[in-house]
Design a binder for this molecule. Structure first.
Ligand code: B1M
Length: 232
C-alpha cells in the first residue's frame, strides 16, 4: 500500500460519499462495494446510500459522457460498479415486509440496453409491496404482450433512456389499444429524456420522474382501482 492509498473506513461520511462519486467515475467496483457497506454499517438508510452516493455519482458520469470526456467502455465500468452497490442494497430495499399491493411488469423498450434506472424502479416497487416481473432490456412489443397475458399485471412499466427509443413506448401502447386491452392496465413510463408531456402524448397513465415517484404513482393508481372495483 502506498502512502497515498485512501482508507475508505477512515473517511468521514461526507468525504466518503465524495470518494464514492470518484470511485464510481473510475469504475472501481470493489471500492464501491466496500464504501456501500461502510455507510450501511454507520447506520445510513439504503435509500440514502442509493440516491446520495450511487445515483448522484452516476449523474456526474452522465455529464462527462455527454461532454465527450468519458466514453462507452469507461461508462460501462461505472455502470458495473453501480450495479455492484445496488446488489448490496437490493435485499434491504426489497424486504420490507410490506403487504402485497399488486403486480407490475416492467422492461426497457426495444433498441435500448440501459437498465440501471429500470432495475432501481423494480427494486423500489418490490420494496413497496409489488410483485415485479422484469423483462430486462431491448423489449419488442411482443414481449410486453406475452408478459401481460402470462402474468396479468395491474401495471405495465416501460423505461427508455434514449431519445431514439422513447417513441417506441407509443408503439406498445397503440398495440395495446388495437387489442382492446389498453384500459385494463395502468401504464407508467419513465427514463431520463422523458417528461410529463411526452407521457401524455404517448397515451401513458403517468410519467414517473424517478423510482420514488413511480412507487407513489403506482400506489395511487392501485388505490383508485380498488375504489372503482368496490363501487362497481
Ligand atoms: Co448511455 N446514454 N448510451 N449508456 N447512458 C445516456 C442515456 C445519455 C443521456 C448520455 C449522454 O449523452 N449524456 C445518452 C442519450 C442521449 C439521448 O438519447 N439524447 C446516451 C447514449 C448516447 C448512449 C449510446 C448511444 C452511446 C454510444 O453507443 N455511442 C449507447 C446506447 C446503447 C443502447 O441502449 N442501444 C449507450 C450505452 C450506455 C452504456 C451501455 C455504456 C451504459 C448503460 C449500462 C446499463 O444501463 N447497464 C450507459 C449509461 C450508464 C448512461 C448514463 C451515463 C447513465 C444512465 C443511468 O444508469 N443513470 C446516461 C446519462 C444520463 O442518464 N444522464 C446515458 C442512473 C439511473 C438511476 O437513472 O436511468 O435516468 P435513470 O433512471 C431513473 C429515472 O429516469 C426513472 O427512475 C430511475 C431511478 O430514479 N426511470 C423510470 C427510469 N426508467 C423508468 C421506468 C419507469 C419509471 C421511472 O417505469 C414506470
Amino acid at each position: 500500500m502506498s502512502e497515498d492509498d485512501i482508507i475508505l473506513s477512515e473517511l468521514a461520511d461526507d468525504e466518503l460519499v465524495l470518494q464514492m462519486h470518484d470511485d464510481l467515475y473510475d469504475g472501481l467496483k470493489e471500492e464501491i462495494e466496500e464504501a456501500t457497506r461502510i455507510l450501511l454499517d454507520r447506520g445510513w438508510q439504503p435509500y440514502e446510500v442509493l440516491t446520495e452516493a450511487l445515483v448522484e455519482g452516476m449523474r456526474i458520469v452522465g455529464e462527462d459522457f455527454r461532454d465527450g470526456i468519458l466514453f462507452v467502455p469507461e461508462v460501462l465500468l461505472s455502470a458495473n460498479a453501480m450495479k455492484a452497490g445496488m446488489f448490496i442494497l437490493r435485499p434491504l430495499l426489497v424486504e420490507t415486509g410490506a403487504p402485497k399491493l399488486g403486480k407490475m411488469v416492467i422492461g426497457t423498450v426495444k433498441g435500448d440496453i440501459h437498465d440501471i434506472g429500470k432495475n432501481l424502479v423494480g427494486m423500489m416497487m418490490e420494496g413497496a409491496g409489488f410483485d415485479v416481473i422484469d423483462l430486462g432490456i431491448n423489449n419488442p412489443v411482443e414481449n410486453y404482450l406475452a408478459a401481460i397475458e402470462e402474468h396479468q399485471p395491474d401495471i405495465v412499466g416501460m423505461s427508455a433512456l434514449l431519445t431514439t427509443t422513447m417513441p417506441y413506448m407509443k408503439v406498445v401502447i397503440d398495440t395495446m389499444k388495437e387489442k382492446g386491452i389498453r384500459d385494463d392496465f395502468v401504464v407508467l413510463v419513465g427514463g431520463a429524456p422523458l417528461n410529463e408531456e411526452f407521457g401524455k402524448a404517448v397515451g401513458a397513465d403517468a410519467y414517473c420522474r424517478d423510482a420514488a415517484v413511480a412507487v407513489e404513482t403506482a400506489k395511487e393508481y392501485m388505490k383508485r382501482r380498488h375504489n372503482q372495483a368496490q363501487s362497481a
